[in-house]
Design a protein around this ligand. Structure first.
Ligand SMILES: O=C(O)c1ccccc1NCC(=O)[C@H](O)[C@H](O)COP(=O)(O)O
Length: 272
């Protein structure tokens, strides 16, 4: 069994436990009462002609299968506020419990504090999680191509759109990019971390980004540790970066986001 398979087994068990507490009907009532979703597509730059700088998706991540404990993050809302102040365009809240130490309570706390769009970062394998994401204030959800069939990708994308949310479709191979494009994904991520082996290969981004249509917002995911990494992703075609570890383990995440944005803007100026 791969790491990803193992994570998904736990995700399904935890979701069934939540479903016993909150029925799908109750969840849909909560969605009906929720404020409309914010436009994460626009926040990430929108149409290609209007994209100027490198956008940062800043992640709330306590621990991970690859690194173990990263940061206790006792007050996720306070960290999120620092991310927003620093110029993040979207905040990613990892809600998976067993391997990442997250929860929907984190999403609630962050939603109550910041105004920018939120990504519910989880391993989506059931429509129930999409309703949950919206009920808890998410504006964007993650769909990992490697974890889904083409039918699931299409159905979950359609449901997310119906609920007013955008979708970050995550890929790791050429074939997965083809599947993301066939599903009409408008925000496509290349995760340089192989979720089956946990290997991180930053050079993968440059080899795959060119296969993604320019209309899509292209997100470089994982492996940002320095401004040089950001420059590499931006020079290779990234419109946005998704950063977890480097921000949660930094005493001054605001300044770190500034540094990354400056490195990205400089690389994009050369690229254009
Ligand atoms: O981070 C992991 O170890 C991991 C393992 C298995 C599945 C997913 C995993 N991470 C999710 C992510 O994609 C990252 O949290 C995100 O891209 C940020 O990465 P980083 O900046 O390297 O923390």
């Amino acid at each position: 069994m791969t790491v990803l398979d193992d994570i998904i087994v736990g995700v399904k068990e935890d979701m069934e436990a939540r479903r016993r507490l909150v029925s799908p009907v109750e969840l849909k009532d909560r969605v009906a009462a929720a404020a409309p979703a914010r436009d994460a597509w626009a926040a990430l730059g929108g149409p290609s002609a209007t994209r100027e700088d490198l956008k940062v998706i800043a992640e709330i991540k306590r621990r991970s299968p690859s690194k173990g404990d990263l940061a206790p993050i006792e007050d996720p809302a306070s960290l999120a506020a620092q991310y927003e102040d620093g110029g993040a365009s979207v905040i990613s809240v990892l809600t998976e419990q067993r391997r990442f130490g997250g929860s929907l309570a984190d999403l609630d706390a962050v939603r109550a504090t910041v105004n920018i769009p939120l990504l519910r970062k989880d391993f989506t394998v059931d429509e129930y999680q999409i309703w949950e994401a919206r009920a808890h204030g998410a504006d964007l959800i993650l769909l990992i191509v490697a974890a889904l069939s083409d039918a699931q990708l299409a159905d979950y994308s359609a449901l997310s759109r119906e609920l007013g949310m955008n979708v970050l479709v995550e890929t790791h191979t050429e074939q997965e990019i083809e599947r993301a494009v066939a599903a009409n994904a408008r925000i496509i991520g290349v995760n340089v971390r192989n979720l089956k082996t946990l290997d991180v290969d930053r050079s993968l981004f440059a080899s795959l980004a060119g296969l993604i249509p320019a209309e899509a917002v292209i997100v470089a995911e994982s492996g940002v540790r320095s401004a040089d990494d950001v420059s590499h992703y931006a020079a290779s075609g990234a419109n946005a970066i998704l950063v977890g570890e480097a921000l949660v383990s930094d005493a001054t995440p605001r300044e770190r986001i500034n540094e990354f944005k400056a490195a990205g803007a400089a690389a994009i100026a050369v690229r254009n």
